[in-house]
Design a protein around this ligand. Sequence first.
Ligand SMILES: [Cu+2]
Length: 880
Amino acid sequence: MPCCGWPGEWGRAPPVLGVGALSRRDDLCAGRGPAVFLRIITTRRSGTQGRLLILAALIALVAGMLPLVGHLGGTATAESDVPASPEPPDPAPAPHHEAAPASAMVAAAPTLPREGWTVSASDEETAAENGRAANVLDGNNSTIWHSRWSGTAAPLPHTITLDMHRTQVVSALVYQPRSGSANGRIGRYAVHLSADGANWGTAVATGTLADDATVKTIAFAPKGTRYLRLTAQTEAGNRGPWSSAAELNLLGDPGTPAQTVDLARDGWTAAAGDQETASENGAAGNVLDGDATTHWHSKWSGTATPLPHSITIDMKSARAVSALSYQPRRSGVNGRIGAYTVTTSTDGTTFGAPVASGTWRDDDTVKGATFTRTVSARYVRLTATSEAGGRGPWSSAAEIRLAGPASPAVHGSWGHLTGFPLVPVASAVLPNNKMLVWSAYGVDRFGGSNGYTQTALLDLATGEVTQRRVENTRHDMFCPGTAVLADGRILITGGSNAERATLYDPATDAWSSTADMNIPRGYQAMTLLSTKEAFVLGGSWSGGEGAKDGEVWSPATGTWRKLSGVPATTTLTGDPRGAYRADNHQWLYATSNGRVLHLGPSKQMNWIDTAGSGRITAAGTRGDSADAMNGNAIAYDTGKLLTMGGATAYENVSATRRAYTVDATGATPVAARTGDMGQARAFANSVVMPDGKVAVFGGQSYPVPFSDATSAMTPEVWDPATGKFTPLATMAVPRNYHSVANLLPDGRIFSGGGGLCGDCATNHSDGAVFTPPYLLNADGTEKPRPAITGTVPAGLANGARVTVTTDKEVASFVLIRAGAATHSTDNDQRRVPLTSRSTATHTYEVIIPSDPGVALPGSYMLFAMDAQGVPSKARMVRIG
Ligand SMILES: [Cu+2]
């Protein structure tokens, strides 16, 4: 039974040109387009790295303009049947290097070392010349791969496939044509990526290369991959059915160009050269209202105002600006901006040379334009010179944001992307400084109940990723429930094989089965209990709808006990899809005596007693909160939780910016509204940090599974002292449905994943590490950190008093439970501040809370913090 939406349903969408052809007029401006439109559009590939895509677009454009000149090298040419042609003039210089943002990005991308790589081709000439595929990796431009041409030539298309034998982030293919002869120069091409060498998805780049001997760089959005396939569809000069290449290289992660942070838009105004106000509310001011459902639209009723159109943001005072982000309209495709320039002004009259220019892809993702330099300006003007799909003389924008340089000490900073051999849909931080991630039966897709799962381990010390297909537990662990057990093992339940339950033991790296659940489930929630048992509730996404009563797993017997007194009926949201969605992804907080507070995402909260056959009793509503499906709940302090975001339905409804605190320390939980997030989010992930602040990453303001539209690219941090959210450094990759985030033992945060939709556009088989502000000086260097120096016992009992030594004076100690995240839910992470006292110089007695409902048994990171809140690296300890 497919869940999460079924990728096959719209995973193989027609190309976007076909989509554009459906739109004859501006019907979609009024939101009257057929529903299928949005679905098709959401399958377009990610465009967040729009800067990079500019280059690919320009290459394609330029190639089409260059004259096709036949060429026959003067030396002995292999292909004997080629008509002689005059020599071409010197190849025209490719003008794409003038696209500053794109080439700036590409230049920063390192050429990946090719040691250990292998290559194969659909065919190769070995009889009449040495045209073996391997020649493209030998660093010698005079040896080439050539498609088979002796006897009967193998017809086009030809493919050549690189295998890096490990997953790396790749951002471009560099094609060195053969020298000495033009034959086989690749013309029309497609580039595909694959994690497994079997599933290739849609092309990440297509186009036509110029018929000359210059090196060609084909850029695409950075992505983790192991295999890359270049398909040659035509010969550049139509000289024959041949393809050839002297060398192929790949460029790696271009890195985050400059760390930027969104500027607050309070008091700003927007004015456009023209706007539609007669037939719709297309006023310019809509780009600043934080509402992705309203937009600016150029005038289209009566006689449409012709391109170009411009819209100018007035920030009311001069600011340092270094990037613009453009969110396309949500209600249709018309007016999506294609080619654009950005100019700035200090007086609103005189605008300088463009600080950014390029062409945005025709899809619904949030687009970035990184300026060539940081400018001080009051006015920023976005000028659209083409409509992305050529649909008409229109321009539109849902939201326009401006960003300035980020200050590391305030906004943190992002590290490079790490590629994974799969989409990390679920993750668990392990006691051995590794992170376990897994997807489904496929590395980039799901469906069916296949009895095996693709997993990977990231070694946090070395960055090495190892892949493993887990078959022995006969469990497809896609869309599961997870719980970190008292002994550090991970219990994974249900999902695609809905009744199954699997254990992963980090100590032995072994996977094993435990008893099946009584009730098959998918999208259920779990938590460990203070009794060291594990509790599960809900999960109608898989194994049948409704009646997903609670049950409890015993570590002593390895069996499940049904809790007939804990039906899910009072824990449901009012989702329009009914039970299928109403009991998904519940927020559970284990407390004393085997009890659990169920605090969402339904607006109704409940106390659950797991003793015997269990009992569930109403615990009031979460303040004035509505249902908040796919929001987050985080235990940031003992008995204190923060909930944020979510939506009243699983999908296709606006998410909320609202956040609440829930105090569960008394008999009745007390909920109160706290500050709003800057952006509405569902499908986000949140992480509590040692200092008690909560960082939230990703999510969409209008949740649609497998879409990257309406992505919130600005993470935020909530401060419990002020109740306010403030922005953090902008993310490079959207993190939406099926993404994860975890606090790491070094005090940094992993944010990755998203997608798992097969041949779709929104698979993100990568992740990046965010360094929080508390670790950084203003200049981006790392602050001196305290260190825990002495031995800390690996296992600690509740109530233990442990002596901890440090290298310098520290102010406090804190435990953060190792998290296990999937589907915006992490009921494992909790922050437990510790009581401590100094007993000698740099020596402290630290008290582990005696109540296992406070220091819930399991794996913890023990941090020491100095008086400024700078944390040490953690020691991993096992409590209970
Ligand atoms: Cu899912």
